[in-house]
Design a binder for this molecule. Structure first.
Ligand code: FAD
Ligand code: SF4
Ligand code: SF4
Ligand code: SF4
Ligand code: SF4
Length: 414
């Protein structure tokens, strides 16, 4: 009997999952078991498209197809909860299981608390995440830095601080992530700043950190984070997966790796935010960068917090229609609506047609708001700050006092 809070090593019983899985295939086996046993009606996960840079979401209803999606795609920079909201009706009318990185888990919580996804119908299998690499930048990095043809790569992995590629001729080449990132390659900038490494918001949090000895690379470390997760592992144990108690210093090692990743995240935040400058300097920088905007709406389409049926950026009294470049108001609207809840998923930057570092601006704002108001998005189901504002009362206060300072009530920050 497995309980919430348990930590175990797990691996698949099924040989296809064991072989094809990234670290012993437990995740694949659990997803297959959930589907076969009727726990869920479908599984949303990620599979290789035309090549390994092309991670594509896949919704699987036939248990036999689950193994095809086994393995980790480090260029898989998709955001799963927005897909659930947009294409699976927020899981309102079916039960699904989904694999989630940390940013997915945070976006999931933000959509759940806004009643855009029915959490009761979703089983979340979290994946620990050291970072992901933009598919386009991965190709450039492999060509320029690894000196290899990106089309010759058959496997990529991130292990022991290195980005490792394997060619179709069996050549292995690994380069330290630190070295890659110093030269502007490597993980996405938002991943470098990310400190959600083990997604404990999920029902299960799975990864290779803390799997040592004979089992290294052949089992997944599973942290059981909810009763729902515990029930799944309890039922699947012995049928779909084998489990063992983590041996020796496994927990210690896992804790140390997570701690080291937090430190690295802090260092990257400091470096990246310093480059933004402060106050007017920052504002000018943001205005300068956003002046490239072509109003393609990708930032809005892909942001988990942006799902409004009538988007204010499309209202002619706020943003003149037909103007490209749009006025700065276009961006101000997004900043004011989202800054408290940005989960640093990077979608608005990675998919921006003009490579505007939108996620960097938004994450910097979000952290400042977190310092001011104490609200941390994506970690639990607490409501965001903006939901606490009584809009008619606030409008009246602004009108009565003649101020446009919405934060006056909290005192001015020097
Ligand atoms: P498998 O049986 O191989 O199943 C993996 C499942 O994940 C499959 O269903 C697959 O479709 C799905 N998947 C693959 N890529 C993605 C993606 N990009 N987004 C969402 N779902 C996906 N573990 C660590 O301990 N440390 C790390 O630094 C770390 N970094 C990771 C970075 C990324 C981008 C990913 C995707 C995973 C990372 N993991 C990390 C988790 C680890 O690689 C394994 O996924 C985990 O140990 C489970 O292994 P498994 O053999 O049981 O999984
Ligand atoms: Fe992983 Fe964090 Fe990057 Fe998301 S933002 S892909 S959780 S490192
Ligand atoms: Fe993700 Fe950008 Fe939205 Fe923040 S603003 S949640 S980084 S898409
Ligand atoms: Fe909604 Fe504002 Fe995002 Fe538009 S910019 S979708 S109004 S949150
Ligand atoms: Fe502008 Fe980039 Fe947003 Fe497109 S994705 S609307 S170019 S900021």
């Amino acid at each position: 009997m497995v309980a919430k809070g348990d930590m175990l090593w797990a691996w698949a019983k099924d040989s296809a999952a064991l072989e094809r899985g990234e670290c012993g295939g437990a995740v694949t086996a659990l997803l297959k078991y959930a589907l076969e046993s009727g726990e869920v009606d479908g599984v949303l996960t990620v599979e290789k498209g035309v090549d390994l840079y092309d991670a594509k979401p896949v919704f699987i209803t036939n248990p036999e197809d689950i193994a095809k999606a086994a393995g980790s795609l480090h260029c898989g920079t998709l955001l799963m909860p927005k897909i659930i909201k947009k294409f699976l009706n927020g899981a309102r009318d079916m039960k699904i299981a989904v694999t989630m990185k940390g940013c997915d888990a945070k976006a999931f919580y933000e959509l759940v608390k806004r009643q855009q996804i029915n959490i009761d119908n979703v089983l979340t299998i979290g994946l620990n995440c050291g970072g992901s690499v933009s598919p386009i930048e991965a190709r450039v990095m492999i060509e320029e830095k690894f000196g290899l043809n990106p089309d010759d790569i058959v496997k990529e992995e991130i292990d022991k601080g290195q980005f490792i590629v394997v060619t179709k001729d069996g050549e292995h080449k690994g380069i330290k992530i630190d070295e890659l990132e110093e030269e502007g390659y490597g993980r996405r900038a938002n991943c470098q700043r990310c400190k959600t490494k083990i997604p404990r918001q999920c029902d299960l949090a799975c990864g290779n950190w803390g799997v040592i000895g004979d089992k290294a690379g052949k089992a997944t470390f599973v942290e059981v984070c909810s009763d729902k997760g515990a029930a799944l592992v309890t039922k699947a144990e012995g049928k779909a997966v084998e489990t063992a108690k983590p041996a020796g210093p496994a927990l210690d090692i896992r804790g140390k790796v997570e701690g080291a990743m937090f430190k690295l995240g802090d260092k990257c935040r400091k470096e990246q935010f310093e480059k933004l400058g402060e106050g007017k300097e920052r504002l000018n920088y943001i205005m300068d960068q956003t002046s490239r905007c072509i109003k393609c709406y990708q930032c809005i389409e892909n942001c988990p917090i942006c799902y409004c049926v009538e988007c204010s950026t499309k209202k002619s009294h706020l943003v003149d229609p037909g103007d490209v470049t749009p006025p700065f108001m276009f961006h101000l609207i997004r900043y004011s609506h989202i800054a408290d809840s940005c989960v640093n998923c990077g979608q608005c930057q990675e998919l921006c047609a003009m490579d505007i570092p939108n996620a960097l601006f938004m994450h910097a704002l979000q952290l400042e708001m977190q310092d001011m108001f104490g609200y941390e998005p994506g970690v639990n189901l607490d409501l965001p700050i903006l939901s606490l504002v009584e809009e008619p009362a606030e409008r009246k206060r602004l009108s009565d006092t003649g101020t446009d300072q919405i934060f006056d009530i909290f005192g001015q920050k020097e």
